[in-house]
Write a protein that binds this ligand. Structure first.
Ligand SMILES: [Zn+2]
Length: 395
């Protein structure tokens, strides 16, 4: 038996405990939690707070070689131009080495599970060998309606490869603006059949302008490149998604649907998707959103609607660092009124539920094996992380 304690522990499924302790068995399974008493000996005491292993709910680990290469604040159309130009700018061995390094860093800093996007197989072996649990989303895009069959065939081939290696994986649509309506439906059908979709939703106002009314920088970019654009719907982009998945099966949708970014999401969109889908997960990637668009998701609107919020780092093409603690600091700085315990739930238990691993990960509940993360340099008076806070896996 091992007992660890700290100034505070955040069990997530119950209130934070001052001078809290956690007892574990050799395998890291939680046996008991409580408040430390003076007669407890053989306790490892840490200065800081302890929380369960993080769930990084959105990442593209295969873009790890792109760190420091992208210009910031370009908006969506500028970002797309850069990714097209730079995606394979480093040789394959370098790309794979960067993936391995980032995976190790994420694990050491406390990430226990990831929802990770793959467009190729370069990360598969590393994911298989890593102690981090990963659910892989084989992401597809393609603007031309004639290409649907080929795109889905290629994606199925990649999915087979992932499953042969032993990864939990499924096909998923990318976004409304990178896909023909037909492909959006076809890819959604694949994802829904496995119970999961991870979809880039309303990332920017440019996306709303393009899908709703055929205007703005993103729309112009597509026209200049001679690409097909979905018909203007006159409605928020999320309603286009609802329209396309409704061709797969009728509501309700009880599958786990992860909506990524949601910076331009409004009440109308929330009401519409909530009326048809029961297991929605709203993933925010704050540092990435600031990097590309200089904006953030309307988290107060999400809280007002009692939405299940999750946190992801996105990729090193749109972030300087893959770090859950840096994402928490960013949220705190922009929304100082949101309690730390709530943000930590977004980073742990909510993500575990989205990946259906909440029986093992996400909280200090006896019987679970969530991993334990130390976050140091805490401002205990205001119960906030400071600029100097770091996270470190201790179990
Ligand atoms: Zn993404």
């Amino acid at each position: 038996m091992r007992r660890v304690a700290a100034n505070y522990i955040f069990p997530i499924d119950s209130a934070p405990i001052r001078n809290g302790y956690i007892e574990l068995d050799e395998q890291g399974t939680i046996l008991k939690i409580g408040e430390l008493t003076s007669e407890m000996s053989s306790t490892e005491y840490y200065n800081g707070i302890l929380c369960p292993g993080f769930i990084n709910s959105h990442c593209h680990i295969e873009l790890s070689s792109l760190q420091g290469k992208f210009e910031k604040g370009t908006g969506m159309s500028g970002f797309i131009n850069q990714i097209n130009a730079l995606r394979e700018s480093a040789p394959k061995e370098v790309r794979i080495e960067c993936i391995a390094q980032q995976f190790e860093k994420l694990y050491n800093e406390g990430v226990s599970a990831m929802a990770d996007i793959s467009n190729c197989d370069e990360s598969f072996q590393i994911k298989k060998e890593s102690p981090i649990y990963t659910r892989t989303f084989i992401e597809v895009f393609g603007t031309e309606p004639d290409d649907v069959e080929n795109v889905i065939t290629d994606a199925k081939r990649l999915l087979d490869k992932a499953e042969e290696i032993g990864l939990d994986a499924s096909i998923t649509p990318h976004s409304p603006y990178t896909m023909s309506p037909e492909l959006l439906t076809a890819a959604s059908a694949q994802g829904l059949s496995k119970g999961y979709i991870s979809y880039h939703n309303q990332e920017s106002q440019e996306e709303e302008d393009m899908i709703c009314r055929h205007s703005g920088a993103l729309y112009e970019n597509y026209i200049q490149r001679g690409l097909s654009v979905p018909p203007a719907t006159g409605k928020p982009a999320l309603l286009h998604f609802i329209d396309r998945i409704s061709k797969v099966h009728s509501a309700p949708f009880n599958e786990n649907i992860l909506l990524i970014h949601n910076c331009a999401t409004n009440q109308e969109s929330i009401d519409a998707i909530k009326s048809v889908a029961t297991n929605l997960f709203w993933v925010t990637c704050p540092l990435s959103n600031i990097f590309i668009h200089n904006t953030l998701a309307p988290l107060q609107l999400f809280r007002k609607n009692s939405l299940k919020i999750l946190v992801g780092t996105d990729s090193l093409s749109s972030n300087d660092i893959l770090s859950m603690v840096e994402e928490i600091k960013c949220i705190q700085n922009h929304f100082p009124e949101i309690p730390l315990a709530e943000i930590l739930q977004w980073c742990t238990l909510n993500g575990a539920e989205a990946l259906s691993i909440e029986n093992v990960l996400g909280s200090f509940t006896p019987g679970k094996r969530p991993g334990i993360v130390l976050i140091d340099n805490i401002d205990f008076e205001n119960m906030k992380l400071t600029d100097q806070s770091h996270s470190k896996r201790i179990i």
